[in-house]
Every structure is written in C-alpha cells, then in structure tokens.
Design a protein around this ligand. Structure first.
Ligand code: ATP
Ligand code: LTN
Length: 329
C-alpha cells in the first residue's frame, strides 16, 4: 500500500480553506493509502505562540480532524514534537539545503516582503523541517493546498541530493493537489488566499465560527458588478471562489451549479451557499463537541506516537549511519 502523509500547523482556528485544501483530501484517501497525519507544532513556533493557546489549538485541531471524519483505526494521527526524529532529521537536511533555494520560497518571501521585522531563523529553515517530516516516513504522496506545492518540490530536490551523495535513502514524494479547491480565496479580497492568520476575520470562515456568523460572512462576500454567474477566476474571482465552495460542500459540479443559476442573481447563489456552510458547520461542530467531551484525544495521540515512532526511528538510524554519525552499533 502506498503511503501518504500531511500536517497542519496548530496556529489558531482552522478555516474552510484548510478543510477543503487539506483535511477533506485526508478523509478521501484514508481508505486507499497508509495514511499519516500530524499536527505540525514544531512548525507553529516559527512565529511567536502563547503556550496556553498553542495547547488549546492543538487539542482542538485533533478533535477537528476526528470530527471531520479521520478514523484513528485507519490513520496514524500524531504530534510532530512527540517524535524527536523530526527535529534531528530537520537539522541534517538543513545542512543539505542551500540559502538560495530557501530564499526562493514564496511563503518566506511574502512574510519578508510585508516588512515584518521579527522573522525568526526557524521561519527561514522551515522547508527543510517540512522535508524531514515527509522523508522520515517514506511518504509517496503529500496532499496539500497549492501554496505548499513549492515546499514539496524542494523536498524532492533535497531527497535527490541526499540519495545521490549517500546512496538510496529516501523515497521521492509527490504533491497531491485537489482539482477543485486547491486555493480557497478570502471572502473580502478574492485575490488573496483565505488564511487563518489574516488581520480581518471577515474574509475567512473558521470551522468553529458560529454557523449563523459564517452564513453572514458568505452573504457579505465581495463579488463584482458584472452580475452574471459563471466560473471566471480572472474577471470574477469572488464568484469563482463561491462556486468552488458550493461545489465542494454540495458535491454538485460547478457546471451544474452555473446552469441552475443562469437566471438568478448573486444574492440567490449566496443564500444557497450560506445554507450549505451553515449545515456543514453545525454538523461538524456537534461531532467536535462530542469528541472533546469523550476524552478520546489523549488516547489517539498516545497510540499515534507509538506507531509513528517505530517508522521514524528506523529511518533516522539509517540516515545517521549514512552520514557517518553511528560509531557504537
Ligand atoms: P496560515 O494561513 O496561518 O499561513 P495555513 O492555513 O496556510 O496557515 P497550515 O495550517 O499549515 O497553514 O495549512 C494546512 C493545509 O491547509 C496546507 O496543506 C495548506 O495548503 C492548506 N490550505 C491553507 N489555506 C488554504 C486555502 N485557502 N485553500 C486551500 N488550501 C489551504
Ligand atoms: N508547511 C505546511 C504544514 C506542514 C506540512 C508538513 C504539510 C508541515 N510539515 C509535511 C505536509 C507535509 C503548511 O504550512 N501548510
């Protein structure tokens, strides 16, 4: 069985973008692949975190994974910091990454371009740690939103470089990007990614938003003055984004939705999407509450740690041997 792996940072409330670009893929593929899903908490501290909030966000993220439909019987669900091999391999791969290639990463470039002053060295070397996450488990596939594609490509380059130098060590992974919903856009500025760390919370639907609040956000989503419902990312990015959200939640094709709404205005479309979002969040949050009250989260993490540890430990030993660290056998 081919292996698939992905992670999400516990940096605040998850958005509908995270669900559509990442989590819904994990669920879709959990029967088909041997799946590893983790909480990227080592990655989360590349920007300052409050320990109390981090702990809360971590627990919420696990409960959300489960509420969304990840089955711990099928998926190994674990905390990145529980497996020390991530940090170890991260360091080794940092020493096999070039400044130039890290400088080209858009996520880093965007943050620096914004003129932020407190950029940590960790934010810069973040992609080498991400490469370690993936290569440690011999993942064949990495399901992510389009914004992470570049990082998976860098991972491939680092893996090939390492294999060429030390002999076959790592599987070369491939990104898996959803056909619809690879980049959900902000509801307030549809030319920008819907992001959980946005300044304005009106642009993002949070999975833990009150369903009625989320509906309002859809109703006040920025569109255009063209007035025709069709899928045109360039000239009507707001409508294209709403159609995408509709299609993912309703499982109706974009063409069918466009046809159904050919004689309608934007308000009608928004109303229907608002209801879809309302229903989706209500159901998700009911399950989320049940899971949080059940105390299952700790047990899932304990089990996940045990399973992930075995694979990661074997691989890091192999890597250490290859680079010449192992003296006493
Ligand atoms: P931030 O917005 O704070 O930078 P993020 O949501 O991009 O964080 P993660 O939480 O680590 O970062 O993202 C987890 C996964 O969700 C990644 O696979 C990412 O590609 C995907 N993702 C994030 N935002 C979107 C979006 N708007 N549309 C589709 N996929 C997304
Ligand atoms: N960089 C990703 C989170 C992440 C990840 C990974 C995704 C960390 N390690 C390994 C897939 C595989 C992000 O910011 N979205």
């Amino acid at each position: 069985m081919k292996r698939m792996l992905s992670g999400i940072k516990p940096t605040g409330g998850l958005t509908l973008g995270n669900y559509i670009g990442a989590i819904s893929q994990f669920i879709k593929y959990q029967d088909e692949y041997e799946m590893y899903v983790f909480i990227a908490n080592l990655h989360s501290i590349t920007v300052a975190q409050d320990p109390k909030e981090l702990r809360q966000n971590t627990k919420d993220l696990i409960a959300l994974y489960l509420a969304a439909g990840l089955d711990p019987q099928k998926v190994t669900l674990f905390l990145q910091s529980d497996i020390s091999a991530h940090a170890e391999l991260g360091w080794i791969l940092t020493c096999h990454s070039y400044m130039g290639e890290l400088q080209r990463m858009t996520q880093y470039k965007d943050k620096t371009a914004k003129g932020e002053t407190n950029i940590t060295a960790g934010l810069f070397t973040y992609p080498s740690l991400m490469a370690a996450d993936i290569l440690l488990y011999d993942a064949d596939y990495v399901p992510v939103g389009i914004d992470q594609k570049q990082h998976v490509e860098l991972t491939r380059n680092i893996a090939e470089r390492f294999n060429n130098k030390y002999g076959e060590t790592f599987i070369i992974p491939e990104p898996v990007i959803p056909k619809v919903g690879a980049k959900i856009m902000s509801l307030q500025d549809p030319t920008k990614k819907m992001s959980k760390s946005d300044e304005t919370t009106k642009g993002a639907i949070y999975l833990l938003d009150e369903p009625a609040v989320a509906r309002k956000k859809i109703m006040s989503a920025v569109t255009d003055s063209i007035g025709i419902i069709r899928y045109d990312e360039v000239n009507q990015p707001g409508i294209a984004n709403l159609l995408t959200i509709h299609s993912v939640l309703s499982k109706e094709s974009i063409e069918d939705i466009v046809e159904r709404f050919s004689n309608h205005g934007y308000g009608d479309l928004k109303k229907e999407i608002g209801q879809l979002v309302f229903d989706f969040l209500s159901e998700l949050q009911d399950r989320f509450k049940e899971i949080k009250n059940s105390g299952i989260v700790d047990e899932v993490l304990r089990q996940g740690k045990e399973q992930a540890e075995q694979i990661a430990y074997k691989k890091i030993r192999k890597v250490k041997r290859k680079v010449g660290f192992e003296i006493v056998k």
